[in-house]
Structure formats: C-alpha cells, structure tokens
Write a protein that binds this ligand. Structure first.
Ligand code: 6GU
Length: 244
C-alpha cells in the first residue's frame, strides 16, 4: 500500500519504525510518502497559518501551502482518497480500518492549530476521520494510530500465529486473557484448563472468557450482534459463575 502523509511534522512518523509495522515498512508492504506544507508555502517566511476570520484564539492553516502539498501528493498517488484527521470526523471503528486496508493508496491530511480552512476541506477532502472523543494537538498521533491499524491488516504483515483474522478483537468482542510461564506468580496459578493439553476445552474456555469480559466491560458491543447457540450457552455459564 502507498500512503501519502501531509504533515508539518513528518518526524513524528518515525514512531512507525518499530515492531511489526517497522518490518512492514522495511519490506515495502507499506510505503510512506511525505509532503510538508511548509515546503510548498509561497510566503517569504514559509508561513503556513494565519489568524481566523471573525477573531478568537488560535490560528488556522492556510489553504495555499496545503493545497499545493495535496496537488503533489495526488500527482504521486492519483487514485488515493484524501482523509482528513480531525476530532470533527466520524469516529474510527475496525470495519472502517479493514475497508481502508483494501485501498491501493491513501492520502492523509494532518491538521495543526485550530484546523484547516473549511474551503480546503470542501475542495480536497473525501473523508473526515477521528479516533475518539478527546482532543489531540494535531492529527499526527491519530494518523499514527490509523496507519498502524491499517498496516496490520495488510496481507503478510502479521505472522500466521497472530494473523489479523485470528485477532480476538475484530471490533465486536474483547480478547480473552493471556498467560505465560511461570505457572504460579504471586500465589496466582494459571487457569488449569490452559495446561491440560485439551485444545477443544482451551478454545471453549477462551471463547467463554472473551464473551464474559465483553459482557462485563463493553455490554453495548454484545447488544449489536447475535450470538450463536454455543456462544449464548458459554456466556450464560460465565454469568452463572459470576453470581456464585
Ligand atoms: Cl483525528 N485529531 C485531533 N486533533 N484530535 C483528535 C483526533 C484527531 N481524534 C481524536 N481526537
């Protein structure tokens, strides 16, 4: 996948150089292209912001440098949709991440200050995207989250063992708990089933824990889906055991 990043702070994206995402970049499963609006500013001091019409606190990113950066990004990635990272956007969910991961190319626009001139959004932006209901100082950290989430969906990025289809959190339920050696820590043993060698019992226990924890912590996720007969049975068992 080819990704264009329009940002005043491209250095922030070096946070992607680690772990599975870093390897995907090394192997060119994802290729990042940077466009810094400051490099495209026609202002003699390379200014990229200006005071807001109507007054008030903060600055607004000017159209000219961003538009020139987007024009360049589109010349490089002609079919890529332009995604603007903003708390005013639609909140990101795993289904959207999966959809975006199927595109051959994407262009991300990262705002700073109070945001970008609304006419630039009208002219150039296809989708506005937020990562949650809190405010960040710019789009970059949200963009890192989105690029990480998209990259791990790409074919061959995750090994077979932890492949994305194997992810227990696919957006509709939480993960089951994980354990590793030693068998007893601070007097707490590993759940016996996990050392039983009975793979069917382990799979059943994990599914039950995943459903149970979703019911305890994120009940709204469960009301959005229909459970199979076996899943309903396991969740009822979990709930009964809680009440004991
Ligand atoms: Cl995409 N940008 C900013 N500045 N803040 C956010 C966000 C994006 N998503 C959540 N908060």
């Amino acid at each position: 996948m080819q990704i264009g990043i329009i940002s005043l702070f491209p250095e922030i994206f070096s946070a992607l150089d680690y772990g599975v995402i870093g390897r995907a970049i090394d192997e060119q499963k994802v290729v990042l292209h940077y466009f810094n609006p400051r490099d495209y500013s026609t202002d003699k001091h390379q200014r990229v912001d200006d005071r807001p019409y109507g007054g008030g606190a903060g600055m607004v990113m000017q159209v000219q440098p961003i538009q020139a950066a987007i024009t360049c990004a589109k010349a490089c990635l002609p079919t890529a949709p332009v995604i603007y990272l903003t708390p005013q956007g639609r909140v990101l969910q795993q289904d959207t991440v999966q959809l975006l991961s199927k595109q051959p190319s994407l262009i991300f626009l990262n705002g700073r200050y109070e945001g970008v001139d609304e006419r630039l959004i009208a002219a150039e932006v296809d989708v506005e995207c937020s990562i949650g209901d809190y405010v960040l100082s710019g789009g970059e950290f949200a963009n890192l989250v989105l690029i990480d989430a998209i990259t791990r969906c790409l074919p061959g990025v995750l090994g077979h063992a932890d492949s994305a289809v194997n992810d227990s959190f696919t957006g509709d339920r939480l993960d089951y708990p994980h354990y590793t050696r030693p068998a007893i820590i601070n007097g707490m043993p590993v759940p016996a089933v996990l050392t039983s060698g009975d793979h069917q019992a382990i799979a059943r226990w994990r599914l039950k824990q995943a459903l149970g924890r979703t019911w305890q912590r994120r009940p709204e996720l469960l009301s959005k889906q229909s459970l199979s007969f076996e899943e309903r049975l396991l969740l009822d068992e979990f709930i009964d055991e809680c009440e004991e």
